[in-house]
Structures are given as C-alpha cells and as structure tokens.
Design a protein around this ligand. Structure first.
Ligand SMILES: NC(=O)c1ccc[n+]([C@@H]2O[C@H](COP(=O)([O-])OP(=O)(O)OC[C@H]3O[C@@H](n4cnc5c(N)ncnc54)[C@H](O)[C@@H]3O)[C@@H](O)[C@H]2O)c1
Length: 232
C-alpha cells in the first residue's frame, strides 16, 4: 500500500494511538514530536523551517494528523499573556504550519489527501479556565472549514476531531479527582474516552473509501458531551 501518513505529537497519547492504529491498517507512518523518542522525528511544530523540511522529505504523503498540543488551566484573571501566546503558537500556528506544508506536498503529489486536526470539545463549548486552550481549538475548527474550501479543488479534505477528556498523559497531569467528577457528571457515557476511540475516528476521516464526502466537519468524540442538555 502506498499511503503515507504524517502525525505530529506522535510520541504520546492520542498521536501515538493514531500512529499505532494507522500502521495496523496498512498506512506507512512518519511520526514527529518535540520530545526525542526512537523512531519519531524530533520536531517543534512552531518552527516553520523545520516543519517544511520534515514534510518536504516525505514522499507520497496522503494524510496528516495534527495532534501536537499543549494546555493549561487558569482563570482569565490569572492567565499570563506569555502562556496564552505559547498555547496559540503550538496549538494553532503549529497546526497551520503542518497543514500548509502537508497541503503543498499533497498538491504536488497530485493524488489528493486528508488533513485531520485534533481539536477539542473546548473549541465547541466554553470550558472553565480554558481561555487560551479553547480559543486555540475553536480557531483550529474554523481552519478545517476554510481548508475544506481552499483545498477541495485538489482533492484534499480537512476535518477536525473534537475529543472530550481522553485518558492520556496530558489529562493525567491536568485533571484531579474533582475535575474528573465534574466532567463525568456531564458526559452521557459517564466516563473518559480512550485513545483507541479517537484513533478510530481519525482513521475514518483519513480514509477516502470511508469519508470521501466529509470535509470541513468537526466530529465530537465525546461520549455525547457536546450534544447533551439537562442531565439528571
Ligand atoms: N487528552 C485529552 O483529553 C484531549 C482532549 C481533547 C483534545 N486533546 C488534544 O489532543 C492532542 C494530543 O493530546 P494528548 O492528550 O495526546 O497529549 P500528550 O501530552 O500525551 O501528547 C501531546 C504530544 O504533543 C507533543 N508536543 C507538544 N508541543 C509540541 C511542539 N511544539 N511540537 C511538537 N510536538 C509537541 C508533546 O511532546 C506530546 O508528545 C492535543 O492537541 C490536545 O489538545 C486532548
């Protein structure tokens, strides 16, 4: 199979889960991450030249997943502008740089492709203390809508996945018992999600055979959270 997939944030959590699931489905996968890990290219997604060089070295790119991301939970009054800028830089500008480089490679390859952003339910709903994170993810969802238009003529689709909390190192760091209880009380499925559940959604959006008419979409993978109203 000649399908090559690039995944950022591929050393951990959701990105790593997507790398493993895609290999299991016959994709050739190139992973990159800021932290050095064997078999994963070391890359800071905010470094435009490094992103262009990494993507430029990949032959036959047909899919990209932008999963590299960071978060912080602070009320607006305590949010350091530098932290705000850093979160926007990694989550939004980094996703833009990777998507743009991948789109250029896909256009040059002439076979189309699929771009998948890992956004968040924080980009669909206001979540307490997520002023920077939520803004970054809402912007990524809009970016998928714009790319869907700009790139349709090249046979390139762009979509965003919006997970609710998923059991990953990021969430283990950020969520204490009280936070977990608050989330679970608002999720109809009454649990956090699993990395494999997000990976399956990514594989669906990457695969033309399954999602060729889906572009510009934000897909919640959230146990029902984004659609829920009053819950007993
Ligand atoms: N875990 C969740 O509950 C959850 C929910 C919704 C959305 N997300 C999103 O999913 C994505 C993955 O999160 P995760 O939970 O797997 O976290 P994680 O911390 O396990 O993995 C994120 C990876 O991104 C890498 N990274 C961070 N900054 C980078 C940079 N500048 N350049 C390259 N790599 C960088 C980290 O080194 C790490 O390996 C993020 O975009 C996150 O916002 C996560």
């Amino acid at each position: 199979m000649d399908r090559l997939l690039a995944v950022t944030g591929g050393a951990s959590g959701i990105g790593l889960g997507i790398v493993e699931a895609a290999r299991g489905e016959g994709w050739q996968v190139a992973a990159a991450d800021r932290i050095p890990v064997e078999g994963v290219a070391t890359l800071d997604v905010t470094d435009a030249a490094a992103v262009a060089s990494w993507i430029g070295g990949l032959e036959g790119l047909r899919g990209v997943v932008c999963s590299a991301g960071i978060s912080a939970a602070t009320p607006i009054l305590d949010t350091d502008p530098e932290i705000f800028r850093r979160i926007l830089d990694v989550n939004l500008t980094g996703s833009f740089l990777v998507a743009q480089a991948a789109a250029k490679a896909m256009v040059a390859g002439g076979k189309g492709g699929s771009i998948v952003f890992v956004a968040s339910v924080s980009g669909l709903r206001g979540i307490q203390d997520r002023v920077a994170y939520g803004a970054s993810k809402a912007a990524v969802i809009n970016m998928a809508q714009v790319l869907a238009i700009d790139l349709a003529k090249y046979g390139i689709r762009a979509n965003a996945i919006c997970p609710a909390p998923i059991e990953t190192p990021l969430v283990t760091r950020l969520h204490d018992a009280e936070t977990r209880a608050q989330w679970i009380s608002r999720i109809p499925a009454a649990r956090y999600g699993r990395v494999e559940e997000v990976a399956q959604a990514a594989l669906f959006l990457l695969d033309d055979a399954r999602s060729s008419y889906i572009t510009g979409h934000a897909l919640p993978v959230d146990g029902g959270y984004a659609g829920a109203g009053v819950m007993a």
